[in-house]
Design a protein. Structure first.
Length: 296
């Protein structure tokens, strides 16, 4: 008989090594997946913080811009005083942030945010004639800070002494009739217009000599068209004139031109010398009520 030798222990050891290798691979794969998920979570969280910080900063910049507008409205000649003496939201002059050319006014904005504050800065030029300003708002969400800057320039919407929103009919005659049809008519020689003229229709003049850039006409249908804030059919209308007319009807204070003349005459003769309430006067240039400005 021939004897055979078996080594069962070595076979078992080889199997264990294989199992250990497989386990190590699985653990490595799980670890990689965990690291990837952690990184993705951090990226997503940072993106969320970035969006929140920007939104808060943008909202703070809007509020600070409104504060600047309120200060300008209260005292256009001294905006700084309007900012620092605001009863609701006063700003403080920051000497550390101010520069040689600009003053910096700061305040912290809490409302209307919830558990969030925004640092607001309003930068005003020391040379006020420039008419420019900057609004800077900084907000932080988590570990992310965002800054929004708004550049502001103060200017008049329509810088002119004479403004006409009428379209005009294309007439070129220097006359009252042409003006009634919508043209801006300047008649005469010794005339000075401080600020120039801006018109949706034509601007017609005879002996008047305008300076360069003083006349800006034929704007109807262009990007620079002057909106008619008094046109009841316009989306730019500032007031609901029909409501004013309704109140005038209810109060008995709505007149034609002749009725208004008579009412003023009676008020003058019998007292108190004036009319009260919302006075509405319907003016129709075609009914013959007005022949000259003295009729008004």
């Amino acid at each position: 008989m021939k004897s055979q030798t078996h080594f069962p222990e070595k076979s078992q050891q080889g199997s264990i090594i294989v199992y250990v290798l497989v386990a190590m691979v699985l653990l490595g794969t799980i670890g990689s997946i965990g690291t990837h998920v952690t990184q993705q979570t951090k990226v997503t969280s940072r993106q969320t913080q970035l969006a929140k910080a920007y939104q808060f900063a943008d909202g703070g910049a809007s509020i600070a811009t409104y504060d600047l507008n309120r200060a300008f409205t209260s005292n256009a000649n001294d905006i700084a005083t309007g900012l620092t003496e605001d009863e609701e939201f006063p700003y403080a002059l920051s000497n550390s942030l101010s520069t040689v050319d600009e003053f910096c006014y700061v305040r912290t904005i809490g409302a209307p945010f919830t558990n969030q504050i925004v640092s607001a800065q309003i930068w005003l030029k020391k040379d006020s004639s420039e008419g420019t300003a900057r609004v800077v708002a900084v907000a932080t969400s988590g570990e992310v800070a965002q800054t929004v800057t708004v550049h502001i320039m103060a200017s008049y919407a329509f810088g002119a002494a004479l403004i006409s929103t009428a379209e005009g009919d294309g007439s070129t005659e220097v006359s009252k009739k042409s003006a009634q049809k919508g043209q801006l008519v300047i008649e005469g020689e010794k005339i000075t217009i401080e600020g120039g003229a801006t018109s949706n229709g034509s601007t017609i003049y005879d002996k008047f000599v305008p300076k360069d850039g003083q006349i800006d006409a034929d704007l109807y249908g262009t990007d620079d068209e002057i909106p008619n804030y008094t046109d009841p059919s316009s989306t730019n209308q500032l007031f609901d004139f029909e409501r004013f007319s309704a109140v005038g009807d209810a109060m008995g204070t709505r007149y034609t031109v002749k009725q208004f003349q008579q009412a003023m005459k009676e008020a003058y003769e019998t007292g108190p010398g004036y009319l009260e309430g919302i006075i509405v006067i319907d003016i129709d240039i075609d009914d013959g009520s007005i022949t000259n400005y003295a009729d008004l």
